[in-house]
Design a binder for this molecule. Structure first.
Ligand SMILES: [Zn+2]
Ligand SMILES: [Zn+2]
Length: 318
């Protein structure tokens, strides 16, 4: 499942640089328990951000275990924190009993200093969690995705299990977390649904727009038209229109003139909307029962039989 521009409202006091109301887009995968799910999500996310024009991205991953192994880690962590907790911030002291994992995430300098040497959860994982995490790492390596294991990533939400990840963008010496996600195998059941493994991520739209602006990245506009159908004169507007509809029926993103443009103006328009091909309907070709297809990048032209052309082009664009 994916969602675009979902409005999100923050309940708590928003941190600096965060908006009370913002929009998110994200992907969620339900029903897959294998680490290929996380690999696919991370891959999709990295491809998207890279294609938008963001650079210096890397993936930070961690595993925070499952209900079988996390309690053991909690004990170990609490043991380490022991007397040290007295020197930590109020939030951390509150979390000590309820959710000690979140202490690793604290942004207070004095707390960061203390947790630096805390035991890492990946050393306490059960066999299943350990194997899952190792397999994820091999999948990411095989795809050539730069990643590092970062034991400080726990994500702010308590429902995560096994994998958690963040996409970090290096800007100057600082690494900024752009977005994050993880696996939440217990959440669907906890909310009253069937026992369903799941994983996903979300990104703030405004945040990404801001970073694109900072990076002066200008994403290419997506092409919405594969074939623009041009007519050679007003009497050919109807056959051109019919051919355009036939292309659409065959799954081709097609468009045609609706404004009575001259041929020259139609070509100009086709260029403007980034059409990959222009199909010419009319003239001597039409008499012969063919349509001429011009590749706008190479200027190469081919002739196709008018009555089967839409189907043929449809097969090409599959
Ligand atoms: Zn486990
Ligand atoms: Zn703290």
């Amino acid at each position: 499942m994916f969602y675009l521009n979902a409005p999100i409202f923050r309940y708590e006091k928003p941190q600096a640089g965060r908006l009370r109301e913002h929009h998110q887009f994200g992907m969620e995968c339900f029903g897959g328990k294998e680490p290929t799910v996380e690999a696919e999500l991370i891959n999709g996310l990295m491809t998207l951000l890279t294609e938008l024009g963001l650079k210096n991205l890397s993936v930070h991953i961690n595993s925070i275990g499952c209900p079988n192994c996390r309690p053991t880690y909690h004990e170990k962590l609490k043991e380490y924190l022991g007397d040290r907790i007295a020197n930590m911030c109020e939030t951390c002291r509150e979390r000590f009993e309820k959710n000690p994992l979140r202490i690793l995430d604290c942004k207070e300098e004095k707390c960061k200093e203390i947790v630096k040497d805390a035991p890492a959860i990946i050393d306490c994982l059960c066999d299943e969690c350990k194997s899952h995490f190792e397999r994820l790492q091999s999948l990411l390596s095989a795809q050539g995705i730069p990643f590092q294991v970062d034991s400080r990533i726990v994500r702010g939400l308590d429902y995560y299990t096994k994998t958690v990840f963040e996409i970090i963008m290096q800007s100057g010496r600082e690494g900024l977390a752009l977005c994050g996600g993880g696996r939440y195998d217990g959440l669907v059941k906890e909310l009253g649904g069937p026992d369903t493994p799941a994983a996903g991520f979300g990104i703030g739209t405004e945040r990404i727009l801001m970073e694109l602006k900072n990076a002066q990245a200008e994403p290419a506009a997506p092409s919405v038209t594969d074939v623009y159908v041009a007519n050679l004169g007003a009497d050919m507007a109807a056959p051109a229109f019919t051919f355009c509809q036939a292309l659409r029926k065959n799954g081709v993103k097609a468009d045609c003139d609706l404004a009575g443009r001259s041929l020259k103006a139609q070509f100009k328009f086709a260029d403007k909307i980034g059409a990959k091909y222009v199909a010419l309907v009319g003239g001597d070709e039409y008499e012969r029962g063919v349509v001429k297809l011009r590749n706008m990048a190479t200027k190469e032209e081919t002739e196709l039989a008018l009555d089967t052309a839409a189907e043929e082009i449809g097969k090409l664009s599959e």
